[in-house]
Write a protein that binds this ligand. Structure first.
Ligand code: 26V
Length: 745
């Protein structure tokens, strides 16, 4: 890439009479030309990341930053009378729904920036995660037509590399779209689009189509096999062209990383190609697969662990079903020969109760299996995969997640980046661990940091006013809970805590209360009724408080619409406090917690996921840990009765009563259903996630924050300590660990 040439091209772009979209495409394609001019020699060994989700967000600013032309481009176009910030309206590439997909994007960013050969495989969905609006406080979903206005100048269609993927009832064309990931190396995210017939096109139409019907399940299986088979097909073909059909060196040339179980059909497809097409004996093919695959688990929630009906797979992929059954027989024989107890063999089984256990396939075939935070990996070893762990302990390891500081600090918080530049020079931009040396007790440093936080809060307030038409309270504490909406993440607990504070304020029990704004951002899966009810409840609380002249100068709740990567880039730098309140044991890691820490928010959180490692590094005294630990939660099992619990805890009872006592209008019983989730056995035990049990400790933690915030020096010091101790949570560290300990690249 030739920086001077690119600058010259940018200078020569004429802005007159062009729409923003035209300019966007012109500038982007000038950058693409430079990126693609880079001649790369193919490395001897590559890692491939298999993921159904990539939450890339906006590529424009990220790529200009990576090319080292962002600041100059801003100036060049400003001089022509065009503000590059116009492109803040560009649609996110939201081909994912949460942490799993954003992690994939952070990892691609880090690998390219560190020069590791890591390429991604996935699906080019026609529509990304739905766009969210609120109507009468309820979530309404709209199709995310992400290509409509701005197009996709950051990918190239590779027509000639299209390939066929065969199902029993249809042949689908997988057309690759390559998105270069620019850094020290130029890697590729290759997304396949399904074509060939209207039926075929459905496969890459939507991310996570509802799978509550047989038709929906079949579509999901098709999606998973579609991209896995296209990817494995091209890798094996490429290998055969270079090395022939022996496959003895296959695992030396590539390693396949399974991001959760969504690409586990790649294992079966790999075995199918080797045995059926290239005539490799089954046992030898399994041995090669075992050196090729790696698996990362991202959740222990039983409902999220994929188990596909044998019958369904049989119906559209008979050969694949056959291979998986053969693998079950092969693995069971091996386990038996090695003296595994029967009970353990059952627990590790690939096929059981008429279903394929995709996680068990992944664990069996992978050379390495990892969890995404210390506590999560411990749970994998002791509970979810305990049989496999006993059988093969060396297979398991932890790699705590990380986030890229290029997007989550340099791009979204230029002010903080400059603060580090002024004190450390620019070396920290390459080696984030250098920020640890900032003196957090120095008065001038604290004042400078405090000014930055205030400025980011002001920017956030302006953004929310523009987007939502809501003015945030000025000079308030900004507390953010931004993440997927799920019962285990306990947004409902925060809602009840806010009501508790609201009642106490009204009763005059909190005379010194510093004005506080709670900012929520979350999408609820379209079919997840309860999650949608929680959104509605929070919106009703927001309205109740906003209309109450007694408290609306002290307390405010804002639930922003359509939370996405770009919204996160505003909320995260502008928040004082990060809410990470999942039931201990349920949040595998969390990554929003890391982004908020990196931007100097203190954590109000439970001892769950990466929160544990965050407070270990930032100091428990600089954060607000509350609630039951994993051990306490385990000990409560079978003993906790929320109905009895509220009888002895009137301060809890008072707020849960609002769900049923007419405080809020609830003609269709949506809030009543939330009460049922807490007090009745429905699809889960009553209060399955211990919302009521941890509620008052959360209120106490929030009030402690509120009190300590008044000592501005003390509180700013805590924030700065969090920011400057966040280097461990860089995805650069995580990717180095994957490269060294898992991939060998
Ligand atoms: C998926 C589903 C789909 C069916 C309904 C319930 C449900 C619940 C959870 C999930 C999540 C699947 C995997 C996932 O996104 N895990 C997230 O991965 C992040 C990156 O490792 C991690 O930080 C989050 O803690 C973890 O939830």
């Amino acid at each position: 890439m030739n920086r001077e040439r690119l600058i010259k091209t940018l200078q020569n772009i004429d802005v007159t009479d062009k729409t923003a979209a035209e300019l966007y495409r012109e500038i982007s394609s000038a950058c693409m030309d430079e990126i693609l001019s880079e001649k790369q020699k193919a490395p001897a060994r590559c890692a491939y990341y298999f993921s159904v989700e990539y939450l890339m967000g906006r590529m424009f600013f990220n790529n200009l930053l990576a090319l080292g032309v962002l600041d100059e481009a801003r100036e060049i176009f400003a001089a022509k009378g065009f503000d590059l910030n116009t492109f803040e309206d560009v649609e996110d590439a939201a081909l994912g729904n949460g942490g799993l997909g954003r992690l994939a994007a952070c990892y691609l960013d880090s690998a390219a920036n560190l020069g590791y050969p890591l390429n991604g495989y996935g699906i080019r969905y026609r529509y990304g995660l739905f766009r969210q609006k609120f109507v009468g406080g309820e979530q309404v979903e709209e199709a995310d037509d992400w290509l409509k206005i701005w197009g996709d100048p950051w990918s190239i269609r590779k027509e000639r590399e299209a390939r066929e993927v065969r199902f029993a009832d249809m042949v689908v064309i997988a057309v690759p779209y390559d998105m270069p990931v620019y850094g020290k190396s130029v890697n590729v995210l290759r997304l396949f689009q399904a074509e060939g017939s209207p039926e075929a096109e459905k496969i890459s139409e939507y991310l996570y189509p509802a799978d509550d019907t047989e038709e929906g399940k079949l579509l999901r299986i098709r999606q998973e096999y579609f991209f896995s088979a296209a990817a494995v097909g091209e890798r094996t073909e490429r290998y055969v062209r270079e090395y022939g059909t022996d496959f003895g060196k296959f695992a030396e040339s590539c390693v396949f990383q399974l991001n959760d179980t969504h690409a586990v059909f790649a294992v079966a497809e790999f075995l199918r190609l080797l045995t059926k097409v290239y005539k490799v004996p089954f046992g030898r093919a399994v041995t090669i697969a075992k050196k090729t695959f790696r698996y990362t688990n991202h959740t222990i929630l039983p409902e999220a662990l994929e188990r596909w009906d044998e019958e369904l797979v049989e119906k559209i992929l008979p050969e694949i079903a056959g291979i998986l059954k053969r693998l079950q027989i092969y693995a069971a024989a091996a386990w038996k020969a090695e003296g595994c107890p029967r009970e353990e063999i059952v627990r590790m089984s690939i096929l059981g109760g008429g279903k394929f256990a995709m996680a068990n396939v992944a664990v069996y075939v992978s050379e390495r299996v990892n969890g995404v935070a210390e506590i999560h990996t411990k749970i994998l070893k002791e509970r979810l995969f305990s049989a496999a762990y006993r059988h093969d302990p060396d297979k398991f390891l932890n790699v705590t997640n990380g986030v890229t500081q290029r997007r989550w600090l340099l791009l979204c918080n230029e002010e903080l980046a400059r603060f580090y530049d002024e004190r450390l020079g620019s070396g920290w931009r390459e080696d984030l661990s250098l920020i640890r040396s900032i003196d957090c007790d120095d008065a001038e440093t604290l004042a400078a940091f405090s000014k930055i936080k205030a400025e980011k809060k002001r920017q956030l307030a302006a953004y929310i006013e523009k987007k939502e038409g809501i003015k945030l309270l000025p000079d308030a504490i900004y507390i953010a809970q931004v993440k997927r909406l799920h019962e285990y993440k306990r947004q409902l607990m925060t809602a009840l805590a806010i009501l508790r504070i609201y009642f106490d304020l009204k009763a005059g029990k909190l005379p010194d209360f510093t004005p506080t704004v709670f900012i929520f951002g979350a999408k609820a899966a379209g079919s997840y009724k309860r999650a949608k009810e929680i959104i509605l409840f929070l919106n009703k609380i927001a309205e109740l408080i906003a209309n109450d002249g007694e408290v609306n100068g002290k307390l405010q709740v804002v639930f922003v619409q359509n939370y996405d990567v770009s919204y996160a880039e505003k909320i995260i730098p502008g928040s004082d406090v990060s809410l990470q309140v999942s039931t201990a044991g349920f949040e595998a890691s969390g990554t929003g917690n890391m982004k908020l820490m990196m931007n100097g928010a203190v954590t109000v959180g439970t001892m769950d996921g990466a929160n544990i490692e965050i407070v270990e590094r930032a100091g428990r005294e600089n954060n607000y840990i509350f609630g039951a630990s994993v051990e306490e939660i385990n000990a409560l099992e079978g003993k906790y009765d929320p109905v009895k619990f509220v009888k002895t805890h009137p301060r809890v009872r008072e707020v849960t009563d609002t769900l049923t006592d007419g405080t809020f209008s609830d003609a269709d019983g949506k809030l009543k259903d939330l009460a049922a989730s807490l007090f009745e056995e429905t699809y889960n035990r009553a209060d399955h996630y211990y919302v009521l049990y941890d509620l008052l400790p959360l209120v106490d933690a929030l009030l402690k924050v509120n009190g300590e915030y008044r000592d501005r020096t003390l509180f700013t010091g805590k924030q700065l300590k969090n920011a400057t101790r966040s280097a461990f949570f860089s995805s650069d560290r995580a990717i180095k660990t994957y490269a060294e300990k898992i991939w060998g690249i």
